[in-house]
Design a protein around this ligand. Structure first.
Ligand code: GLU
Length: 489
């Protein structure tokens, strides 16, 4: 009988959730969902020195925001609880002792000083440090004596000296390493806690995990994990190591260098769905040309076989493109909801209908944080450069701009119902009467009432939003300023 597919996201709460973490979580989630399996959250906090406050909360928040609901985990429990490794402290030691008994592990009492010295010696010779198996030679009696005396110890995995170890990875294929290259890594630390290298194997086995997804940086340790599974006689899970995510120039993504993590990107105005969609495609491709996928669509389309092993480039420009697509696909009401916090902060002028403003912005926004820089003209009329009245394509000059503004004033003053439709009708009728081009009326008005060379929306939409009094006031300012240039010319 085929085992039920069980995947786990096993983050260490050592900092922020970066793009690589999120992709691992997403793929684990998709593998579980596409097979009708279970997605488990396990917190790997055995390296107590590296814990960062708030990191566990960030993990929960991220999963929740992304809609990747786990089936078992620290917060919701499950048949294999607890799901936090530090709460499973007692679990690992008996397994380490079992390995000692079976001859696959041994006690090591080497002091930190001794190990530091070995490391320094290796460095001096330009060699990679490998533990020299000093304690492997201890007799049973010596070991017992030290244990009885309460000497601190670790338990190390005993690697075979000869031969090779081969394992299969779904992405990278079959990989073989010389056993002589494998260090006798520590399984149980002197504080009684397991290392990541040990705990992940024990927990993946105990929790019935069938597919292990993680970054390719773990590939080199995988033969050691394989040897552990073999020593216990346990079934080896399907390994899925994911290629590194790099920047378009091939360099590593790093928080220290200011590269954004998940939370930063949300803060920067990216939509969760767009981010997830983009991240899904970092290393995986569908068998069609489809680019836009909802999480539900991904759950159906995802196929492990289509994960690539070449490094994936995280390209902000491409992400921006996805984000803009998602923004455009929103209903006006949904976009308004998203834009509102930004609009509330950016639009300080009274009486502005923010929904109308959001309508102008939807097609012109790539990321939500673009919004404030596009609406400042609504608050006040700046001291703009008059040259923006002169537009080649619109065929406008200082003179005809002035004429148009002057002609528009009585028409606008006479408008009873100040709305887009009326503005449109009356201004175009005026254009007709004057025998000029639309642009020769609308460009000067847009310029006069915004003071900006580029605005979301044109003269009619902006006038409608600003209202009658403010529109006329701004046109008045434009006339005054244009008169001065025209007179002095
Ligand atoms: N705790 C490891 C990490 O956060 C997880 C590696 C794995 O998934 O096995 O890097």
């Amino acid at each position: 009988m085929q085992r039920q597919v069980r995947t786990r996201y096993a983050p260490s709460p050592t900092g922020y959730v970066h793009i690589g973490n999120l992709r691992t979580a997403l793929y684990e989630y998709l593998i579980a969902r596409s097979h009708g399996g279970k997605f488990i959250l396990r917190i790997e906090d055995t390296d107590q020195e590296r814990l960062v406050e708030g990191a566990v909360e960030a993990i929960y928040r991220t999963l929740k925001l992304c809609g990747m609901q786990h089936d078992e985990g620290p917060d919701i429990g499950g048949p294999y609880a607890p799901y936090v490794q530090s709460e499973r402290k007692g679990t690992y030691k008996p397994f380490a002792e079992e390995l000692v008994q079976k001859g696959h592990a041994y006690y090591c009492f080497c002091s930190k000083e001794r190990l530091d010295q070995l490391r320094a010696d290796a460095d001096a010779k330009g060699e990679t440090f490998m533990y020299d198996r000093h304690c492997l030679g201890l007799s049973k009696e010596e070991i017992q004596k030290k244990l009885d005396a309460g000497e601190p110890y670790v338990i190390r995995q005993k690697m075979p000296r000869e031969g090779t170890t081969t394992f299969d990875d779904t992405v990278y294929g079959s990989i073989t390493v010389e056993n002589a290259m494998l260090e006798d890594q520590i399984l149980l630390k002197s504080d009684g806690l397991p290392t990541y290298n040990f705990a992940n194997v024990i927990d993946d086995h105990l929790m019935g995990i069938t597919h292990v997804v993680r970054g390719s940086e773990y590939l080199s340790s995988t033969p050691k994990y394989n040897l552990l599974y073999q020593a216990f006689g346990w079934e080896i899970p399907t390994y899925i190591h994911l290629p590194l995510i790099v920047k378009p120039d091939g360099s590593k993504i790093s928080k220290r260098k200011g590269d954004a993590g998940f939370a930063d990107l949300i803060q920067m105005g990216y939509l969760v769905e767009a981010l997830l969609n983009y991240i899904a495609l970092l290393g995986w491709s569908p068998d069609s040309n489809q680019e836009i996928f909802s999480l539900t669509e991904l759950e159906k389309a995802f196929d492990i076989k289509r994960i690539s092993k070449s490094p994936s480039a995280f390209d902000m420009e491409k992400l921006k493109w996805f984000n803009a697509e998602y923004i455009r696909a929103k209903t006006p009401e949904q976009f308004y909801e998203l834009a509102l916090p930004y609009l509330k902060e950016a639009v300080t002028a009274q009486g502005i209908d923010l929904f109308k403003v959001s309508r102008l912005l939807q097609d012109r926004t790539e990321v939500l944080t673009d919004i404030p820089s596009k609406v400042g003209f609504l608050n006040e009329l700046c001291d703009y450069d008059l040259n923006i009245y002169v537009h080649k394509k619109m065929k406008t000059t200082f003179e005809n701009s002035l004429d148009s503004l002057k002609a528009a004033v009585p028409v606008l003053e006479a408008l009873e119902n100040w709305n887009e439709q009326e503005l449109h009708e009356k201004l175009l009728a005026l254009v007709e009467t004057l025998g000029i081009k639309n642009g020769q009326m609308l460009w000067p008005i847009r310029t006069a009432i915004s003071g900006w060379e580029v605005t979301p929306g044109g003269a009619i939409e902006i006038a409608d939003i600003l209202g009658k009094a403010e529109t006329l006031r701004r046109i008045g300012v434009g006339i005054e300023r244009l008169e001065k240039v025209v007179q002095s010319a």
